[in-house]
Design a protein. Structure first.
Length: 267
């Protein structure tokens, strides 16, 4: 099987990690890279208490950490010849930052600061996923699946907004977006204002609302059937001179935060 970078996208509670693990277990020579968890985010407790004061720091940490894991997956693929599956991608983080601004947790100036960091990461020109799997699940189903989680202002209205932003990002009406007939209406016109399309060589949309009707191997089979591309040409932007140093520079503030947090928690 040719090497592939596969990312799984979808709303909170849509089943991204379940799907990604199933694909990674089914695919030969493949490693799963999980999304950065909120329990490791040093800003999460403060954000939970006062989101309007800590949303920028909290979301910027997530964005940098996503870059760190994404770069780790690329290095792993280059070093081992294996494929990689992630239950996130760099381009979904702006969805959550957008919601924070809409809720008043970020000021316009803070959102501009976040977007500047995002633009610097996108300017790296990192290789896009060979395949993005977008899991569609209605907001009520997602809410039921994560009803035990504590999240500020977490309700069905928020999940519907997140779903709309995910569709703007991943379901633009492009020839590379493959949608089942019964979900064709979920695609978004290119002329629709909002978030721009996320880069991916191919996007596969699947209904994940009723897990009793889902065969994870069917999605894995679709991954195996993805058109192969020349790996050397695909990875070349990541190997270009200076890119590794630019990635490290963008991660430096994150490392400082982690060191500070570890020092403060030391006995």
């Amino acid at each position: 099987m040719p090497q592939q970078l596969v990312t799984v996208e979808g709303n909170i509670g849509s089943g991204k990690t379940t799907c990604a693990r199933a694909v990674a277990n089914y695919m030969p020579d493949c490693r799963f890279f999980p999304a950065p968890g909120r329990s490791k985010n040093p800003h999460w407790p403060a954000f939970h208490e006062r989101p309007e004061a800590h949303a920028l720091a909290m979301q910027s940490w997530f964005l940098r950490e996503r870059l760190k894991v994404y770069a780790s997956a690329l290095r792993h693929m280059r070093r081992t010849g294996e494929s990689a599956v992630l239950d996130f991608a760099l381009w979904s983080d702006e969805i959550y930052a957008t919601v924070h601004r809409e809720h008043g947790f970020m000021t316009d100036a803070e959102f501009d600061e976040y977007q500047e960091l995002s633009r610097r990461i996108l300017a790296l020109g990192l290789p896009p996923p060979h395949l993005t799997i977008v899991l569609h699940a209605d907001a009520a189903t997602c809410l039921e699946r994560v009803s035990g989680l504590e999240r500020p202002s977490f309700d069905e209205t928020l999940l519907r907004r997140l779903d709309a932003l995910h569709r703007q990002r991943y379901l633009r009406d492009l020839p590379t977006v493959i949608t089942p007939k019964h979900l064709a209406a979920e695609r978004v016109s290119l002329a629709t204002p909002g978030l721009t399309p996320a880069p991916s060589l191919q996007t596969l949309v699947r209904n994940w609302s009723d897990l009793s009707k889902v065969r994870p191997t069917a999605i894995a089979d679709a991954v195996l059937c993805t058109e192969p591309v020349d790996f050397a040409a695909w990875i070349a932007p990541f190997e270009a001179e200076g890119v590794s140093a630019r990635v490290d520079a963008l991660l430096a503030p994150l490392q400082t935060v982690l060191q500070t947090s570890q020092t403060a928690s030391a006995p």
